[in-house]
Ligand binder design. Structure first.
Ligand SMILES: C[S@@+](CC[C@H](N)C(=O)[O-])C[C@H]1O[C@@H](n2cnc3c(N)ncnc32)[C@H](O)[C@@H]1O
Length: 258
């Protein structure tokens, strides 16, 4: 948990952040496709076979995954942020329901697939969310999550990372860090066996000051004020140019319900 914030403090920060920035994760990930796999959303989808049955999207945000599941028997997205859900609904996506991932209104074994994009590291306690995933998945069902990680990276990424951190004087903060197989161990304890685990480096262009502002706004920084965010965005804008990019390493973990 970020220092000084209990579970309630973090939930309040998160709700407030997404009230002010609905759809921001989708904006960043859509702007960061790879030539080989497409966006991170396409990459997540490619871990699930066609005709996936009943799909639950955990912490769906603006529901960017929904259009990728038109071949599912059903799709249902859950999120705690009313503004994120409203953004998704305004984009014609649904059904979307306001609910906490740690207490889902879904019957036992009511899902064939559960997906979770860029949110598992926000859950506290994460064990409660994983227990819900295990409860709602049928035996043999699949849980696919993607989350931001620090690797893979390139040496030249330091050209962007250094001014960003110097500007913010802080690193992004989230309740969960999943280094050294911790997520696999937690999944295992919940009854979900990891069958594939891989990270890829995506990148968002840093072509101008709008890219710089977007990238800084997209970070969870409960201890950084707007002035520092502006300072970081200005530093990034100062090095923005065609061809420059902000790295975004993402890990995809596929687990099967035993
Ligand atoms: C980084 S955004 C990702 C949104 C979307 N999945 C995407 O990839 O674009 C994280 C989302 O997780 C949601 N969230 C965080 N904790 C949650 C919880 N305990 N239950 C449900 N939603 C949660 C937030 O409201 C936010 O919409």
């Amino acid at each position: 948990m970020p220092p000084g914030l209990g579970e309630v403090g973090w939930q309040n920060y998160l709700l407030d952040y997404h009230r002010q920035h609905p759809g921001i994760t989708e904006q960043v990930l859509r702007g960061a496709p790879r030539a080989d796999v497409g966006t991170a959303y396409d990459w997540l989808r490619s871990a699930i076979p066609p005709n996936p049955g009943r799909v639950i999207d955990l912490a769906c945000g603006s529901a960017p995954l929904q259009p990728l599941f038109t071949d599912a028997d059903s799709y249902l997205g859950f999120d705690v942020s009313a503004e994120e859900l409203a953004t998704g609904i305004a984009r014609g996506r649904g059904p979307l329901i306001r609910a906490d991932a740690r207490d889902l209104p879904v019957e036992d074994h009511g899902a064939d697939v559960v997906v979770c994009s860029m949110a598992i590291m926000l859950m506290a306690p994460v064990e409660a969310a994983l227990a819900e995933v295990a409860r709602i998945l049928r035996p043999g069902g699949r849980f696919v999550s993607i989350r931001p990680v620090g690797w893979p990276a390139r040496w030249r990424d330091l050209r962007v990372a250094v001014p960003l951190v110097l500007g913010l004087r802080h690193l992004p903060e989230m309740p969960q860090r999943f280094g050294r197989g911790r997520l696999a161990a937690l999944l295992d304890r919940a009854g979900l066996e990891v069958v594939a685990d891989r990270a890829l480096r995506f990148a968002h262009p840093l072509g101008d000051e709008r890219d710089a502002s977007l990238v800084v706004e997209a970070l969870y920084l409960p201890h950084v004020d707007q002035q520092r965010r502006r300072a970081a965005a200005e530093r990034l804008a100062g090095i923005a140019r065609p061809g420059r990019e902000v790295p975004l390493a993402i890990r995809r973990t596929v687990a099967v319900r035993s």
